[in-house]
Design a binder for this molecule. Structure first.
Ligand SMILES: *Cc1c(COP(=O)(O)O)cnc(C)c1O
Length: 369
């Protein structure tokens, strides 16, 4: 299929970062100039942490440099050593953080309906060296949290949830970020809510929060003493300012995202694909629009036709992480199969209905000849 004519529309990427009105950001920049307080737990960072706690309904929240460092700090704070059972179907940072912290990732295959780690595959992988489970709530869709917690309790394992996609998600009336020993989130520019670069760590334990706050700041206890090893995991007033500006639009973004998601759904009923199953009990954030084709060939055909029309969906997540060359080879056939057939369609705040309709027409056409 050839070029359809992009109706004068621009290139459509899988996502385009949200930008708040510049004047609103400039007001915060003025405040930064007035005080010349640019980083190190400044007033804007404190305000952002407080506002995020209120918005997301959290007891504790630490703003850090990015979502990858949040994972690394979580592994450090729980003093994990040895094997961590994790999912092969996630962004690279989930696995790389484990390896970076000197632990060994052991991959449990995923559930073919939710695309999240399959709790039934976990127990057989537990050895005397297993210390934790690190699972991703893929596309913001909660894992089988209860099943994971039962296994963890039985075998005395820690649980970390990579909740990078989970801004605004609730599970059983409570923020999904408050499950597990620690949850982490990313505020990278491509995420639903962002601070350009940034991330967060959430735990319901005040002791762990205190430990994490020291780890984030070189291990400083006072200006002249240290309480163990630490790193620079802080974030700046400029990033906090971006977060404060964006938080004002978070409700609007969440609502719009739901409408866009449902619009795709209504337009694509005749497309021969399937969808991930949203976990029962979830207030979902509709952060991504993944579609699962019947074959990799079907997916590649649709992708290439979209690209001919200047539309760039992404293969989130491909390749399956169990095939990385720095991990021990492990068989995860479900993840391998799904990662070859999955495609995430463009979905971001400024994506118009016309653009969505255009994308849908091309997708339908990819299956009609
Ligand atoms: C984005 C993402 C991360 C990493 O976050 P950064 O803020 O980019 O470091 C980790 N895990 C998942 C699942 C992600 O999507």
């Amino acid at each position: 299929m050839e070029y359809e004519g992009n109706y004068g529309l621009n290139m459509i990427q899988v996502t385009t970062p949200f930008l708040p009105p510049k004047e609103e950001f400039n007001k915060y920049v003025d405040q930064i100039w007035e005080k010349n307080w640019q980083t190190n737990n400044g007033p804007l960072l404190n305000e952002l942490e407080l506002r995020l706690k209120a918005f997301l309904g959290l007891e504790h929240f630490l703003f850090v440099s990015n979502g990858t460092l949040a994972l690394q700090l979580a592994i450090k704070a729980l003093n994990l050593k040895g094997e961590i059972i994790t999912t092969p179907f996630s962004f690279i940072a989930t696995t790389s953080s484990i390896v970076w912290e000197g632990c060994k990732p052991v991959f449990a295959d995923i559930d073919p309906d939710s695309f999240n780690i399959d709790p039934e595959k976990i127990e057989a992988l537990i050895t005397p060296n297993t210390c934790a489970i690190l699972a991703t709530h893929v596309y913001g869709n909660p894992c089988d949290i209860e099943a994971i917690e039962i296994i963890a309790k039985k075998h005395n394992l820690k649980v970390i949830f990579d909740a990078a996609h989970c801004f605004g998600v609730k599970y059983k009336e409570r923020s999904v970020l408050e499950y597990g020993d620690i949850s982490t989130i990313s505020f990278h520019a491509t995420k639903l809510f962002h601070t350009t670069e940034g991330g967060g760590i959430i735990t319901t334990s005040p002791e762990l929060t205190y430990r994490l706050s020291k780890l984030r700041n070189f291990g400083f206890l006072t200006a002249e003493s240290f309480d163990g090893l630490g790193i620079n995991g802080k974030n700046s007033e400029f990033h906090a300012a971006m977060g404060l500006c964006n938080l004002k639009y978070a409700d609007e973004i969440l609502e719009q995202r739901k409408n866009q998601y449902l619009h795709y759904h209504s337009q694509l009923t005749n497309l021969n694909v399937s969808y991930h199953k949203i976990t029962t009990g979830t207030d979902y954030n509709y952060s991504y629009y993944p579609i699962l084709f019947k074959s990799e060939e079907d997916m590649l055909k649709a992708k290439s036709l979209l690209e001919t029309n200047w539309i760039y969906p992404r293969r989130y997540f491909y390749p399956s992480l169990s095939g990385l060359d720095y991990v021990e080879k492990q068989a995860t056939p479900v993840s391998d199969d799904i990662s070859r057939r999955i495609l995430c369609l463009p979905l971001y705040h400024m994506l118009s209905i016309e653009e969505q309709d255009f994308i849908c027409r091309i997708l339908l056409r990819s299956q009609n000849n």
